[in-house]
Design a protein. Structure first.
Ligand code: PRP
Length: 178
């Protein structure tokens, strides 16, 4: 375990189970249909890579980067689309893939944006959710698990770009970010 980690929240094996469960739900719901999976960079890269490999429905991949300003532990509520998708999503089923929903600002805005571009459906898959932090109500169709309001890193999740490479999700020691 990394020295900056206080406690492992989910092991690789536990994450795998969540990913497979979500994939089964999506495979069932979209059987025979096509899906445009929008990977929301950078945090969801690990989850997205594992999830799409478990999908049996036809998937096209696209990428979008929308980040909140600042490098601290709090989402600002102001987001900026730094890299947009290339696909025309008009009339298509869109699946937004996120690592975590916190305030809900990012997914709320992105869902509306995809809807305004004429997507047939816009669904959200988020591995983690922090319900205690929600500011904007947004429906998340596929969710791995809810977590308490702790600073979690690993499996794509970072603090100042660090810890993304860990294959487990851990709680950061407070002294690391205080
Ligand atoms: C994180 C996460 C979500 C967002 C969730 O991204 O990946 O996109 O914050 O927060 P919200 O619900 O309060 O909007 P971040 O901006 O840290 O960028 P990253 O994915 O590149 O780490």
């Amino acid at each position: 375990m990394h020295n900056d980690i206080k406690e492992i929240l989910f092991t690789k094996q536990e994450i795998d189970l969540m990913v497979h469960r979500i994939a089964s739900q999506i495979n069932e719901e979209f059987e025979g249909e096509e899906l445009i999976a929008v990977v929301i960079l950078k945090g969801s890269m690990m989850f997205a890579a594992d999830l799409v490999r478990c999908l049996t429905v036809n998937v096209k991949l696209d990428f979008l980067q929308a980040s909140s300003y600042g490098s601290g532990t709090q989402s600002s509520g102001v987001i900026n689309i730094k890299k947009d998708i290339d696909s025309d999503i008009s009339g298509k089923n869109v699946l937004l893939i996120e690592d975590i929903i916190d305030s809900g600002n990012t997914l709320s805005l992105l869902k509306k944006e995809m809807q305004s571009r004429g997507a047939k459906t816009v669904k959200i898959a988020s591995l983690l959710s922090k319900p205690d932090r929600r500011v904007v109500n947004v429906e998340v169709e596929y969710i791995g698990t809810e977590i308490p309001d702790e600073f979690v890193v690993g499996y794509g999740l970072d603090m100042d770009e660090k810890y993304r490479q860990m294959d487990y999700i851990g709680i950061l020691k407070p002294e690391v970010y205080m």
